[in-house]
Design a protein around this ligand. Structure first.
Ligand SMILES: [Zn+2]
Length: 106
């Protein structure tokens, strides 16, 4: 179990080797149980969290607020700022490198 700034992230230490769908890395329940229909259609049932994150990052397919705005999921330009710190446009590089709040987590 890792601890950052007084907050506890019980599955964070395990997430690099955790299976995206089958391990409870994002809470107490595996995502295949929370989202059975998505799991059913997934072509990456054996993917690990770390591999999925890197692939999506390299393809710039992380659903950042900027990407959601670019794809017209978010229509309000004011809604593209980081949900964690609200100090910068939420790009992948902000979330993984520059965000002061998430820097405490990574
Ligand atoms: Zn931020």
């Amino acid at each position: 179990m890792s601890q950052t700034g007084g907050k506890r992230y019980p599955y964070w230490d395990q997430s690099r080797s955790a299976y995206f769908w089958k391990d409870p890395w994002l809470g107490d329940i595996p995502l295949r149980i929370c989202f059975p229909r998505l799991f059913q259609v997934s072509i990456q049932k054996e993917a690990k969290v770390f591999d999925m994150t890197i692939r999506e990052l390299l393809l710039d397919r992380i659903p950042t607020r900027h990407n959601l705005f670019s794809n017209r999921v978010i229509v309000d330009l004011g809604g593209i700022y980081c949900v964690f710190c609200n100090e910068s446009v939420e790009l992948a590089c902000h979330l993984f490198v520059r965000c002061q709040f998430l820097g405490q987590v990574w």
